[in-house]
Write a protein that binds this ligand. Sequence first.
Ligand code: ADP
Length: 242
Amino acid sequence: MITIITNTNINTGTEAGERADGRASNELRPLKIEAGVLKRADGSAYLELGGNKILVAVYGPRELHVRRIMQPNRAVLRCRYNMAPFSVDDRKRPGPDRRSVEISKITSEALTPVVFLEKFPRSTIDVFIEILQADGGTRCAGITAASVALADAGVPMKDMIVSCAAGKANEKIVLDLSEWEDKEGEADVPIAMMPRTGEITLLQSDGNLTPEEFEKALDLAVEGCKKISEEQKKAIIARYGD
Ligand code: ADP
């Protein structure tokens, strides 16, 4: 997926080293988060990050009837990441594919450590992440929105989960890669973390980075997560007050 580019700035219209959309290397795209946007879901959230538009609905905890996956001593957290056919330039074929199955799995694994699943034996909490418009970094934005939707549903959690990527594009380590930077850049490091303790619950790496570059990208992603965490808090406060 990642292709190496030379520093020729093809399609960027910028000088070497500058980002195509004019952002500083440690700058996030414009972010908007709203909690409680769907009346029929137990919890929900809507998030925009740059051109990403993401809706999340949470149902549960509710009784789980599928014996094959039911756990006698805790709930299961099921996540479904889905890209709408109209979310990308070329119409995406509806239904799950390898990528969405992988992102659903890592989303569940990133969120599970903060949820008190043991309070709800034989139950399920279902998280539906719908990508309405994709603009790079949807897995991270989906996790950030899902955490807000879980809080909105009143699911007991020991912390929020916040997610953000950093990577290398145009020879620079940058925060929150745009779709172009994601596709044409050299590397992408999506992370998810608990903002209070700094514990990392997701760490992926795609592309080539030196150990120093990796460390720099990780630090940048953690900084990005901290900024996004403030917006998560504001969304919850806007809905429920302090
Ligand atoms: P992420 O969205 O987390 O960065 P990827 O690195 O797999 O995940 O995808 C990068 C971007 O490529 C997506 O955000 C989206 O904008 C675009 N993309 C993903 N899948 C498709 C697809 N099937 N068709 C067109 N664009 C896609």
